[in-house]
Design a protein around this ligand. Structure first.
Ligand code: ASP
Length: 454
């Protein structure tokens, strides 16, 4: 039995919805369908969720609401009309969109979430009606009825563990269930959304709750590419990834799936497949607990900019007990999160995201390093990128680092730092931001096109 989730671009128009119907109909195991709000039809279009944000802002500001209300209703109306759905479907949607403007503003910390959730909620109703009208018995189900209880954290909800037993009862349903993604309901009955892109999370929760054999996440690409297609020309799509590999790639900039979506499926030991609504015969990318067969040592190469390095040195640092603690305490007291800590004998660097710092905090760190940790020298280096080469099978191979460093040096890329965790799932290189793309291209060629390398 499968849980399928369709993203906004798969649901943006009547043509896309027809594809979705065919996909669900073509496999009887697809019994739970989680949907996003309608996404962009083309590059110049707006997502319904973004239109709802504007509508919300105008409501708070006391502006004229008609333009946004009409735009949103028209988006659904275009789809309803083209699909030939009953007029009552649109009437209901229209009423719901207009009714948002009568929700209380004062003392309502869930107002924003209620506006945003309307995108998925109305879409789920529309899609259930479309399925039923086209020979696929289906039923819309609200997250409250489905048992999706979440924490009371507006815009950043988390599923309450007690939800899973109730969700399992959905297995008793005869019809295909269409569930709006992106939000759940608090114990007090308030609508509360996950963070943006959170319909992936709903899909994962439902898959874990109903104990699905597979969670299929349909998007508009043939799975996860081994490198960013904007950087490498036509990279191949990865056929299989482990959850650990996916986590590492996502950390360094692969954004096909919402970060938090992996956890429920991972804990439920449910394989996840990323597939393409526009090319459903393509096998896509499977994310599994363990590789099913012999695999290349490296599965993907990711890069992410926006990093900073705090470099310090102190003579005989290696003999000083408690030095690391002092340094980390300085960061902790300034409420600064850090990411990596490569070390030498007498030097140590801390790599963190640029957004953690402000000029004032930078000054304070340098001052405290000199005073409290008594370093000989400290400096902060900006404009860095990290590059991760990822693959669980690196562990049993010799020469992966050699291949990588050779490729980088041949392309005149200076490696500023390098680190590999003990799990050997990835190797990380720190390079200057300007060299990030060239580094990714060089590594891609070295690992995936070795024959064409000069
Ligand atoms: N519609 C929501 C967003 O745009 C959630 C989602 O599509 O997953 O963030």
């Amino acid at each position: 039995m499968k849980v399928v989730k369709f993203g906004g671009s798969s649901l943006a128009s009547a043509t896309q919805l027809q594809k979705v119907l065919n996909i669900v109909k073509s496999d009887k195991e697809r019994r739970f369908v989680v949907v996003s709000a309608p996404g962009k039809r083309d590059g110049s279009d707006m997502k319904v969720t973004d239109a709802l944000i504007r509508y919300y802002r105008d409501y708070l500001a006391g502006n004229d609401l008609a333009p946004h209300q009409q735009w949103i209703i028209q988006r659904y109306s275009d789809i309803v009309t083209e699909l030939g759905l009953k007029a009552s479907v649109l009437e209901r949607i229209s009423k719901n969109i207009l009714s948002l403007a009568s929700l209380p503003i004062d003392d309502n910390e869930f107002l924003y979430d209620s506006f945003l959730a309307a995108g998925e909620d109305n879409n789920a109703r529309l899609i259930a009606a479309f399925f039923s009208q086209n020979g696929l018995p289906a039923r819309y189900i609200h997250p409250k009825e489905a048992g999706l209880l979440v924490s009371s954290e507006p815009g950043n909800a988390r599923i309450l563990p007690s939800s899973y037993d109730k969700i399992e009862e959905l297995n008793n349903s005869e019809e295909v269930l269409v569930i709006p993604g992106f939000f759940g309901v608090t114990r007090d009955g308030q609508i509360c959304t996950f963070s943006r892109g959170g319909s992936d999370i709903t899909g994962s929760i439902i898959a874990a709750g109903v104990k699905a054999d597979i969670y299929e996440n349909f998007t508009d690409v043939d799975g996860i590419f081994a490198a960013h297609p904007g950087i490498v020309h036509k990279p191949h799509s990865i056929s299989e990834l482990t959850y650990r590999e996916m986590r590492e790639l996502a950390y360094a900039g692969f954004t096909v799936l919402h970060d938090e979506a992996l956890l429920p499926a991972y804990r439920g030991k449910i394989p996840l497949v990323i597939k393409n609504t526009n090319n459903p015969d393509h096998p896509g990318t499977r994310i599994v607990h363990q590789h099913s067969s012999e695999h290349l040592p490296v599965v993907g190469i990711a890069g992410d900019a926006g990093f900073v390095s705090i470099n310090m040195s102190k003579y005989l640092m290696n003999r000083e007990i408690g030095f690391g603690r002092k340094v980390l305490q300085i960061l902790e007291e300034l409420n600064i999160g850090w990411e990596h800590m490569p070390t030498g004998i007498d030097d140590l660097s801390i790599i963190l995201r640029e957004r953690e710092l402000t000029p004032i905090k930078e000054e304070e760190i340098l001052r405290q390093l000199l005073q409290k940790a008594e370093v000989d020298h400290a400096e902060i280096e900006h404009d860095l990128s990290i590059i991760m080469i990822v693959g669980e099978k690196m562990k049993s191979r010799i020469g992966v680092t050699a291949t990588a460093t050779k490729a980088l040096s041949e392309n005149k890329i200076n490696i500023q730092m390098m680190s590999q965790g003990s799990s050997e799932v990835s190797i990380m290189f720190v390079v200057n931001k300007e060299q990030e793309k060239a580094a990714i291209r060089a590594l891609y060629r070295a690992f995936f096109e070795p024959k064409t390398e000069k």
